[in-house]
Design a protein around this ligand. Structure first.
Ligand SMILES: [Zn+2]
Length: 78
């Protein structure tokens, strides 16, 4: 799935992941390389990098990001 450019700065965005030691699980989200805007994090049962960033969680994160990319008036949070 294609990741749209950042709705805030037009920069390139890509998938990132975090490991939560608290919940012992991975979270995947799309983050802008330029302004650090990011999508909602999605729980991932597998380490996203190990599955080549291709699982439902990655798709969900990209979809969420792409929706926001269409919404020009969206305000940056965090
Ligand atoms: Zn940006």
């Amino acid at each position: 799935m294609e990741i749209k450019t950042c709705p805030f700065c037009g920069g390139r965005a890509c998938l990132n992941s975090n490991y939560s030691y608290k919940t012992r699980s991975y979270f995947v989200f799309v983050k802008c390389n330029v302004c650090n805007a990011q999508s909602k994090p999605y729980y991932s049962p597998d380490e996203p990098e190990k599955v080549g960033w291709k699982n439902d969680s990655c798709n969900d994160a990209i979809e969420a990001w792409n929706l926001r990319a269409d919404e020009k008036s969206y305000t940056v949070y965090d």
